[in-house]
Design a protein around this ligand. Sequence first.
Ligand SMILES: NC(=O)c1ccc[n+]([C@@H]2O[C@H](COP(=O)([O-])OP(=O)(O)OC[C@H]3O[C@@H](n4cnc5c(N)ncnc54)[C@H](O)[C@@H]3O)[C@@H](O)[C@H]2O)c1
Length: 186
Amino acid sequence: MNDLRIGVIGLALRGSLGRRGPPSRRGLRVVAVAELDKALRERAEERFGARAYEDCRLMLGEVDAVLVLTPDDTHADLACEILRAGVPVFVEKPLDITLERCDAILRAARESGTRLHVGHNMRHMPVVRLMREIIQRGDIGRVRTVWVRHFVGHGGDFSFKDRHAEREHAGGLLLQKAAHDLDVVH
Ligand SMILES: NC(=O)c1ccc[n+]([C@@H]2O[C@H](COP(=O)([O-])OP(=O)(O)OC[C@H]3O[C@@H](n4cnc5c(N)ncnc54)[C@H](O)[C@@H]3O)[C@@H](O)[C@H]2O)c1
């Protein structure tokens, strides 16, 4: 079977995820990347061995699926356009920063009949899988309540001193950080 040809949009912090692909899946190859930053784009060929574009629309003809790894408030615009082109999309969590924009993505997926995945990668972490096994074995009886403590690293720099602190760019801590916790609790 041929490798699935993957396009990656957004190469900064999440670029490493694009390089490796979902860890449990073989048969993936990053063939195209899109990035607004010129320096990152220039390094892309060396890092990924893939063609690099400034405009992500130019990659759509050469990929089987796209990973959207850009800031939260850009997801809906990118994902809707790609889904409507009939290309499956993996969107980093959270889907976007408002209900309206999240709904727009769901609508584009449904109306185009195109597959959409949301980046709830934390549910695959060994610690979470073990927790699930313990519960399923009945070791601790019926779970009646779940207590979540989420530590934000670097004295909160990640979430309070960058774009995540601005309403224009983020949906607040509950959506940005606790998206994982809510998924794990489910
Ligand atoms: N699942 C997780 O565990 C996890 C962890 C951290 C971040 N995230 C999510 O990953 C996403 C990216 O976060 P980040 O911290 O890597 O952001 P970042 O700002 O470090 O990187 C985003 C990159 O996207 C590029 N970009 C923006 N718009 C673009 C466009 N239209 N076309 C091409 N490139 C574009 C920017 O130039 C930048 O290089 C966010 O949605 C964030 O919430 C998820």
